[in-house]
Structure formats: C-alpha cells, structure tokens
Design a binder for this molecule. Structure first.
Ligand SMILES: C[S@@+](CC[C@H](N)C(=O)[O-])C[C@H]1O[C@@H](n2cnc3c(N)ncnc32)[C@H](O)[C@@H]1O
Length: 201
C-alpha cells in the first residue's frame, strides 16, 4: 500500500477546497452551537477570521452584521468563500505574520486553525497586536493527535497538524497579557473533543 503524502496547509487545503464543505455538519458537531453566541452582538463590529477557509463561520458573522475580513493561506479555500458571499473581504496571508495595523479589530476568531500551527504563540501574539484594547479573541483547539486522511479529487492526502495541550494554550495566552475569560470544553462520550477559549485584550 502506498504511503499518504503529508502536505503543508496551503497546498493541502488548495486540493481539499472543492469538497471541504461536504464536512460542514461534522465540523459543526465539534462546536455544538457554542461558538457564535460567544461573540456577542456583531453588528458593525470589525471582525478578523484567521484561517477562515470556505467561510463556514465568516458567512454567519457577516449575516449577523459584522464587517468581516477573512484571511487564509489557501487561495482555493478563499475562492469558495468569495463565491458564497461577496461582502466579506478576503486576503491571502499567514496567521503568524499579519499585514494588518495594530489595534484594528474588535474581534479576532480562528476555528480549527491552531491544529495546523507548530507554534500557536506566534499567532496569539499577532492576534493580540491587531486587536483593539478590550477586543476579544475567540478560537477553538480540537483534540486531534494525528492528522486525519482527507479525500480530495486527486486522492487521499494528509495536512500537516500539531496537537496542543489545552493547559499550555491558556498559559501561552496569559503570558501575552490576554485575560482568559472563558475556557470551555466540549465532550463526546466523556472525552473532550474541542476547547473553545475567549480571551480579552
Ligand atoms: C480546518 S480549516 C478551518 C476553516 C474554517 N475556519 C472552518 O472552521 O471551517 C483550516 C484552515 O486554516 C488555514 N490555515 C492553515 N494554516 C494557516 C496559516 N498559517 N495562516 C492562515 N491560514 C492557515 C487552512 O488553509 C484552512 O483553510
């Protein structure tokens, strides 16, 4: 049996983009309807969705009245998003090195992103910088120890991923002067499947 190639995010998600939305229900099940309500009233808020992908969350935030900027390393994922909603601004960019000015956004979100970052603290630092004082950073950390196989039209691939201990995530945020306001664990069969953190600048 041939081995499955492990790709970096940009190349992997470019291949996965056309079928990514088939997994929407499965991805939603990791949030159990908890994510969006944590963002509060989004009307006229400047929101940055990092690793926005095909806009699973960005589209909902835009409908809730937010001025959404969707950033991602994958051109093809953002192309799918653009076809769904032309109001959302899109930008190709890296979570660890953002081109936005400091103190710019009211809210920064990232769902299913940090599993792809080797060192999330660099991203946390950037999220802190681009947030306004009092702004919130809300993100998820899935309990995934091994990269899953992803079906694409070109065959099966894996996308580089990294497990992050929930305690370390909170320590990292606190060391950057974020105030961790909520640290929520979602469970399936008594095993945690997703951590959702709300941190305030
Ligand atoms: C599992 S998808 C999540 C997409 C979307 N947030 C969602 O919840 O459906 C992960 C996304 O993060 C993007 N990504 C991975 N590493 C990134 C990085 N360093 N900077 C920005 N985006 C990145 C991928 O291209 C992909 O679109």
């Amino acid at each position: 049996m041939s081995k499955i190639k492990v790709l970096k995010s940009a190349a992997g998600y470019d291949l996965a983009a056309s079928t990514y939305d088939n997994k929407e229900k499965y991805l939603n099940s990791f949030e159990q309807n908890n994510f969006l309500p944590l963002l509060g009233d989004l009307h006229d808020k400047k929101v940055l969705d990092v690793g926005a992908g095909t806009g699973r969350l960005a589209v909902l935030m835009s409908k809730a009245g937010a001025e959404v900027t969707a950033m991602d390393v994958s051109t093809q994922m953002l192309q799918v998003l653009k076809n769904k909603n032309s109001k959302i601004k899109t930008l190709i960019g890296d979570a660890e090195n953002m081109s936005f000015p400091s103190n710019f956004f009211d809210v920064v979100v990232a769902t299913f992103l940090i599993v792809h970052l080797k060192n999330p603290q660099t991203f946390f630092d950037e999220a802190y910088r681009v947030l306004k004082d009092g702004g919130i950073f809300v993100f998820s950390n899935i309990n995934q120890k091994e990269a899953p196989e992803v079906d694409t039209k070109q065959g099966k691939i894996k996308i580089e991923s990294f497990y992050h201990r929930p305690e370390k995530i909170v320590e990292d945020l606190e060391s950057l002067a974020f105030n961790v306001e909520k640290n929520i664990f979602l469970y399936e069969n008594e095993v945690w499947i997703n951590q959702i953190v709300v941190a305030k600048k």
